[in-house]
Design a protein around this ligand. Structure first.
Ligand SMILES: C[S@@+](CC[C@H](N)C(=O)[O-])C[C@H]1O[C@@H](n2cnc3c(N)ncnc32)[C@H](O)[C@@H]1O
Length: 293
């Protein structure tokens, strides 16, 4: 039986935008479980698939092999912030399109050992590539000052209790350092309970997301990669975001660089109601595109 893979979002919209065929070369900057890449390969295109997470690169590579379309696939374990170096060291020319499907895949979010999930009782790690990254979420939460934590919670997740939560964490950790994601999530849940505040998602969702963004330097990576894209010509760029902070970053980049594009989306494309019905994770996704002159 096939393993359960992350379901690619807005896949049809990506194909419509890219119009892939046998003469096209794409970079999937966020390979994940290879869902979008598989579609591009099935249309006969060549794909360079990048993922910072070595586990996901392994999963996607074996899935692509199992689908007998690996002939035109090159897998790369790297950070897309190194896009310029990746393009030159692999001598990639005439790139038809680059896809950034930001955030994490469902298997990463659900993993009980990597620290991304609030059910993780073993770790508070959150590094996409533990083989090269040294800073963990655990180190951030247990050593950063209250001002630094406030900055992370408010900037990356617009958490309304950023100041209070940051202050409380720096007090609590003196006697009880945070060791696991479940411990941190339970702490935030209790904080919300005492405030008599109910939220429709788990109350720790925003804090865990902010920590993940900080641990992996996510915003800086996107900005660096987008600036590298400006050096390309006639390449189509597609970006799928999953939360307002990420989308704002992309929207601002597009607005500031309009003069370099022959086409750009003024409004984001949203998933159809039937896609949302069959893949709940797609509900917050937004697609923005531009094509370089
Ligand atoms: C939403 S998933 C992509 C899912 C994929 N499109 C699919 O259909 O399976 C995002 C992926 O990007 C990877 N990623 C996140 N930041 C990255 C970065 N800076 N460089 C390379 N890969 C990154 C994550 O490890 C994850 O596998």
């Amino acid at each position: 039986m096939e393993p359960v893979y992350h379901q690619p979002v807005l896949a049809q919209e990506i194909i419509t935008f890219f119009q892939p065929g046998p003469n096209n070369i794409y970079i999937d900057a966020t390979l994940g479980n290879g869902g979008h890449t598989l579609e591009l390969l099935k249309h006969g295109a060549k794909v360079y698939g990048i993922d910072q997470d070595p586990q996901n690169l392994t999963i996607a590579t074996s899935r692509i092999r199992a689908n007998n379309v690996s002939k035109n696939f090159i897998g790369i374990n790297d950070n897309f912030a190194n896009l310029e170096k990746i393009i030159s060291s692999n001598n990639i020319k005439c790139i038809s399109g680059i896809l950034f499907d930001l955030g994490l895949s469902s298997n990463q979010l659900k993993s009980a050992t990597r620290g991304f999930s609030f059910n993780d009782s073993t770790s508070l790690d959150m590094r996409l590539d533990p083989t090269v990254q040294t800073l963990t979420a655990k180190e951030i939460i247990n050593t950063y000052s209250a001002a630094e934590l406030f900055n992370i919670f408010s900037k990356y997740a617009q958490e309304k209790y950023s100041r209070e939560i940051a202050d409380n964490i720096t007090t609590v950790r003196k006697s009880h350092p945070f060791e696991t994601s479940i411990q941190l999530a339970d702490y935030i849940k209790e904080f919300y309970r005492q405030k008599h505040q109910s939220v429709h998602l788990h109350p720790a969702t925003k804090i865990l997301m902010a920590l993940r963004i900080a641990t992996n330097n996510e915003y800086q990576n996107v900005t660096t990669a987008l600036n590298s894209c400006l050096k390309l010509h006639q390449t189509k760029i597609a970006l799928i975001t999953f939360h307002s902070g990420e989308d704002r970053l992309v929207k601002q980049f597009i607005n500031q660089n309009k003069q370099s594009f022959s086409q750009f989306s003024t409004r984001p494309i949203k998933p159809s109601s039937s896609e949302i019905r069959q893949n709940h994770l797609s509900r917050s996704s937004l697609l923005r595109t531009f094509t370089l002159k």
